[in-house]
Write a protein that binds this ligand. Structure first.
Ligand code: AMP
Length: 177
């Protein structure tokens, strides 16, 4: 399935969750068996080298991290909003338009040197993904690759990740915000 067909399965909802945002809604892609399979396969095809863990960013990143991990023979690592994980955690703050947010992982999730592939549904400014990379590296992971179903290149997040030494894959790009 070409990228154009994947893009057609992603619905755009204007002004959600606030005016001016074009929300790229993957629930329509998830509902389509061939589209979902193609998206997962395309991420798997782009993986470069061995992966021990696939880190999914809450919550939509989990949906793609799990099938990719199964195919790679890797485990799944949850990168969650702070306060959701039951065990001892390490966390990382990142800036939002107004204020800050915090993501966390279990402190004992992996041994130093684990090779981690980062996955989310969409990269926009890259604030979330860059915080996840900082957090994973702080915990001793080797993070050299990340994959997203959607890139909003005008917001520069993928380029910012590349500047930090990450090989970035995205399946569909949309102009604008
Ligand atoms: P950012 O940190 O700016 O790269 O934003 C990425 C996170 O916010 C991802 O977890 C996305 O799911 C979500 N997100 C940001 N912008 C959009 C958008 N236009 N449509 C859907 N989700 C978005």
């Amino acid at each position: 399935m070409p990228a154009d067909d994947l893009a057609a399965l992603i619905r755009t909802i204007p002004d959600f969750p606030k005016p001016g945002i074009q929300f790229r809604d993957i629930t329509t892609l998830l509902l389509d068996p061939a589209g979902l399979a193609r998206a997962v396969e395309a991420i798997i095809d782009a993986v470069d080298g061995p992966v021990d863990l696939v880190a999914g960013i809450e919550a939509r990143g989990f949906l793609f991290a799990s099938p990719v991990a199964l195919a790679l023979g890797a485990g799944v690592l949850l990168v969650r909003k702070d306060g959701k994980l039951p065990g001892a955690t390490i966390a990382e703050d990142y800036a939002l338009e107004y204020g800050t947010d915090r993501i966390a992982i279990h402190a004992d999730a992996f041994a130093p040197g684990a090779r981690v592939l980062l996955i989310d549904d969409l990269i926009a400014t890259g604030g979330t993904a860059r915080a996840a990379v900082r957090l994973l590296r702080k915990a001793g992971a080797q993070v050299t690759q990340a994959a997203f179903v959607i890139d909003l290149p005008d917001l520069g997040g993928a380029d910012a990740l590349r500047a930090e030494g990450i090989h970035v894959t995205s399946l569909v790009a949309f102009d604008g915000h």
